[in-house]
Design a protein around this ligand. Structure first.
Ligand code: IVH
Length: 704
């Protein structure tokens, strides 16, 4: 989509815009700023390889918003600001697809595929057929129409002939371009089909949030995607982080005087065209293969990798690659004869519910966990499975002793699909929910309208303390490597660790004598603990495990203050003024920062040396090194080499290992030698002193 040169130019122009933030934006630059934003959306949402920090993107976006607000005549329908729409959608009008959306015939094994190939060769008269093989995305199908290079309409599949017009919601999906240069290919109007999905991480986070609010979890990402497309509040749709893969061109009208572009001769060509135009087509995942054996092999290889993908697929789709041959083969009333789906083995299994145990989470939520007869589902042995809450148990009609169907999908965590009441023998028992905390005995509470029973003895309930420490050290929080769940539990049981500050005061003399703790693992653990003190504020904010505060909200919150303890003086109203902070989140944060025990904990952590300041906030003026490359040489006076390098990375810059034309800055310390000489010969490298470097990062003002 973007050449190397374009990438570089757009990246640099973005950095220039960032440097000029604050100054009024001349209207002649507006379209160029839009191009920069589109480029970064593409890097993030289509390529999965962002080149800009989120906060930097936000700043550029706000610049554009401001310029457009000042002069509404310059707003274009495909401006990145035009995805978001205010107000609610009234209804989704019915619209007819240009070409009916057929579904695919299914196959389940090599024989089915060989059979399909035999028929395809008979129909086409070909000796050997070239197939394009690609993933079968497990989401909700959509069809999009682009006219004169603009997204004109987006619709659900509906009954295949008529679907719902969901254009406004489709515009919330950032991997769907609002405009695309189809005219380059001589195309005036095009209808394309694809699949909207919620990736596994977002699905899990979404489900966790539902559970946290006492609402039932969704069974799979497909339901999550389909449901999200029908929400009447586009802002909420935007928050769902949907993605779209486009994989089929169903109709094309050429511009007058244009001939069919060569990309439209093969299916793989259409995928490539879509990719070139900025769509997320399965360009990288697809493979064109001759003969059915190669197809079978590729399907089997891909099936093994399905768990490594960030999104859910339920099989592969095999399509005859030549479009002319497709035409010749035609279709039945239900599906094309030129394509078939190869369905992966279902990740379902039956088991028996033996018992239910109750676990207490870090926010005090009491979760029933079913112990089941161990079974293998999708290659993993499952012996226990969360049954979430009392309502869920009622809903699924579960009794101890029941035969149950379980499924692993989406968030990989197995779920109960249903029980089989018809197989009951009469010996089954009701699942009795405790009324006191199974760990500390405190009476459980369940607020009106919620589904979850909770232990509110948060600061004294052992289970909650341990779970909070585990959360604190976890990868997405303070990321203390090697300090996993098992170690936390072990140290807690031994009395070496009683609370979060205790992580920083572990009795290593005693730990040394424990089995399994060699000198090397101790050194590593110590280093990881020490390094966590430097984690940025938003991680600490998340690590504290405040109810309703996920990673995204933690970032918003951390960005709102200079120092973590500033929150002690925030009112509920002030909290609610922050983006995406509603009454529930605000209430939870307010409570946390008005609890003496919590304040005591925070003060202890600050004294230990954790990062309580929002470095980013102080660095908005200086300190943006994104897109810049650095190399250090000679002896630095104020900083250790490792600290200097860490600063570069913290501010979005990149480190290089040698002098080359790719280098932007050589930071020369005392007694710099050959690297300095070499750098001086390359005109584009700026040689700067340690002091100048500190100034660039804004660190000189911070340390004073
Ligand atoms: S091609 C005319 N390709 O699977 C053929 N479909 O069971 C158009 N699907 O309705 C469909 N990934 O919603 C095609 N790579 C892919 C797909 C795919 C998922 C869905 C699609 C279709 C269903 C068929």
């Amino acid at each position: 989509m973007y050449t190397k040169e374009q990438t570089k130019a757009l990246q640099q122009s973005g950095i220039r815009f960032l440097e000029e933030a604050g100054k009024p934006l001349p209207s002649s630059s507006v379209e160029s700023l839009r191009d920069v934003l589109r480029f970064h959306e593409y890097r993030y949402y289509v390529m999965n390889d962002p080149l800009l920090a989120d906060a930097e993107y936000d700043r550029l976006y706000k610049m554009l918003e401001k310029a457009e607000a000042a002069d509404s005549s310059i707003v274009t329908p495909d401006s990145p600001t035009q995805r978001v729409s205010k107000g609610l959608i009234k209804d989704f009008p019915k619209v007819q697809h240009l070409v009916p959306m057929l579904s695919l015939d299914n196959s389940y094994n090599a024989e089915d595929l060989i059979d399909f190939d035999r028929k395809a060769r008979e129909l086409s008269g070909a000796q050997e057929i070239a197939y394009c093989v690609e993933p079968k995305f497990d989401g909700a199908s959509i069809s999009l129409i682009y006219e004169n290079d603009m997204l004109y309409r987006g619709a659900t599949r509906g009954d295949g002939v008529v679907g719902d017009d969901i254009t406004t919601n489709i515009r919330q999906i950032r991997s769907v371009p609002l405009s695309a240069k189809f005219s380059r290919y001589g195309i005036q109007q095009i209808e394309i089909r694809g699949e909207v999905l919620m990736n596994k991480n977002h699905f899990k986070a979404y489900n966790d949030a539902l559970e946290e609010q006492g609402l039932p979890r969704l069974a799979n990402p497909r339901n999550a995607a389909a449901g999200s497309l029908r929400i009447k509040d586009p802002k909420e749709v935007s928050r769902r982080n949907l993605e779209a893969f486009l994989y089929h061109v169903s109709d094309v009208t050429l511009l007058p005087g244009h001939r069919q572009p060569e990309q439209l001769l093969t299916h793989s060509g259409t995928l490539q065209m879509l990719w070139e135009l900025g769509f997320r087509s399965p360009e990288k995942e697809k493979k064109v293969l001759k003969g059915i054996q190669a197809v079978v092999d590729y399907c089997l290889v891909f099936e093994k990798q399905r768990d490594d993908l960030s999104y859910e697929i339920d099989g592969m789709v095999i399509k005859v690659n030549q479009l002319e041959m497709q035409e010749q083969m035609g279709m039945t009333t239900h599906h094309p004869r030129w394509a078939i789906a190869y369905k992966f083995k279902a990740r379902q299994a039956t088991s028996r519910l033996k018992a239910v145990e109750f676990q207490v989470g870090r926010t005090g939520a009491v979760t029933p966990v079913a112990k089941i007869e161990p079974v293998t589902v999708g290659g993993v042995t499952v012996g226990s499975i969360s049954v979430h809450n009392e309502d869920y148990i009622k809903d699924k009609d579960l009794l101890i002793g029941d035969t149950i169907l379980i499924e692993r999908s989406g968030d990989v965590i197995p779920q109960v699909v249903k029980s089989f009441p018809e197989l009951r023998t009469g010996g089954e028992k009701m699942i009795a929910f405790p009324r006191n905390c199974p760990v500390c005995g405190y009476p459980l509470e369940k607020p009106e309208g919620e589904a979850v029973w909770r232990c509110n003895n948060s600061n004294n309930c052992e289970a909650q303390i341990v779970e909070r420490i585990i959360h604190f050290t976890s990868k997405d929080a303070m990321d203390i490597r090697g300090f996993g769940e098992a170690i936390v539990k072990k140290f807690y049981a031994l009395g070496y660790l009683k609370d979060i500050p205790g992580i920083y005061r572990l009795p290593f003399d005693k730990i040394r004598s424990l089995e399994g703790f060699g000198e090397k693992s101790i050194t590593n653990l110590q280093a990881a603990i020490e390094a966590s003190k430097q984690q940025p504020l938003h991680r600490l904010m998340y690590a504290l495990g405040i109810r309703y505060i996920g990673e995204t909200t933690a970032k918003v919150l951390a960005n709102a203050v200079h120092h973590l303890l500033d929150f002690t003086s925030f009112s509920l109203e002030q909290l609610q003024e922050l983006e995406d902070v509603g009454p529930k989140v605000a209430g939870s944060v307010y409570q946390f920062f008005h609890n003496d025990q919590n304040i005591q904990l925070l003060k202890e952590l600050e004294a230990i040396g954790l990062q309580f300041k929002n470095l980013k906030k102080d660095l908005h003026a200086a300190g943006n090194l994104s897109g810049q490359t650095f190399l250090f040489t000679g002896t630095l006076v104020q900083l250790k080499r490792s600290e200097a390098e860490a600063l570069v990375e913290q501010h979005g810059g990149k480190l290089l290992s040698g002098v080359s034309s790719k280098l932007n800055y050589l930071v020369a310390g005392e007694d710099a030698g050959s690297k300095l000489e070499k750098a001086k010969k390359i005109a584009t490298i700026k040689v700067i002193s340690e002091k100048e470097f500190l100034k660039m990062t804004g660190t000189d003002s911070l340390s004073s």
